[in-house]
Design a binder for this molecule. Sequence first.
Ligand code: NIG
Ligand code: FE
Length: 414
Amino acid sequence: MATLLVKNIGLLQTPTGNYSHKGAEQGENLKLKDAAIFIEDGIIKEITADGAIPAGGEDADMIVDAEGKLVTPGLVDGHTHMIFGGYRQHEIPMKIKGATYLDILKAGGGILDTVRKTRAASFEELYGKTEGFLDEMLGMGVTTCEAKSGYGLDLETEVKMLEVLKKLNEDHPVDVVTTFMGAHAIPEDYKTMENGADKFIELLCEEMLPYVKEHGLADYADIFCEEGVFDAPQSQKYLEKAKELGFKLRIHADEIEPMGGSVLAGEISAVSAEHLIAIDQAGLESMAKAGVTAMCLPATSFNLGVSFAPARKMIEMGIPVATASDFNPGSCPSLNLQFVMNLACLRYKLLPEEILTAVTINPACALGMGDKVGTLEVGKQGDLVIWDAPDMDFLCYRFGSNLALQTIKKGMLV
Ligand code: NIG
Ligand code: FE
């Protein structure tokens, strides 16, 4: 039996429970002073406060002194496209000269450029590169993440991506939850066909979704509902098929143009809707009614130089809000979830307590992991971060640095 005691925690701050937090509860965190946590075989056994030490704590195999710092649950990054071939730094000068994200995509670049590079990459190349990203995340306090396919757009490459992610989930300390996103763009050969998008949706519904389900490669399905990509009726067709096959649903909705994606998210009971920068009142109401988690991605707004999703309003309307990196080679080449927290504070105007919920229990629930991670409570995984900060205010304020001093995953120092 491996045991770990983390003692001398100045402030232990965590949301509580196994469910998504909305409205006023989004801002409710448990705060314990002079706390300690005792972890046995990766699971939290006891948490104490006010200088008390858990039973058996002093005999633990390992004792870590938090030196009076802040401890929170390990962060959960609920939305990434972290597996891809190549990079797209060559888009930087194009963007500076005025090209928009959709201009580049329409011209056959953007996602389609990454598709060419991902198809050409071997399993081993993708494994090594993505493993490096997981290491980097872990060093910044992320202990669980979501990762999507979607740079293959053909069965072979989509499967390759998901198999790499499955293998990494087994091999790497970070828990990785996979999403099939074969509907990320219209492939080049379908673009030139008449009704190419409809034909590609047909292929996804009849071949790719059933294959991915049958081989247990992903629990979630996602689609990019956007101008020039898939419209709301096409998204509906794809998501209905995915639902019928037993996938849980996500949708990239209203990122750039309002296309009805967030209304559809509510109607179809998606687990989460992503981006939501251009969401309208009908979309907000549909999501609130159905309890869809808003996966807000402020570093993407920052990188694209566009406006920010109305996350403050979402909380007021009772929509559970999560904030994630959206790490990908195009719209957000950063996996720094701490920077996302800074932006959630500075741009969304969320309070530090609401932000902690948005990077822990709410995304954990959107990944189907709310009973295992996302809070520090007895019975959950011993996933936590010791921060070089006295409190959450400091973490939200000192942007640009990595303040994670020590990440602990399932009771192991990583
Ligand atoms: O979430 N919006 C669609 N997909 C990604 C971007 C992917 C890319 O540009 O490579 C996103 O922002
Ligand atoms: Fe995305």
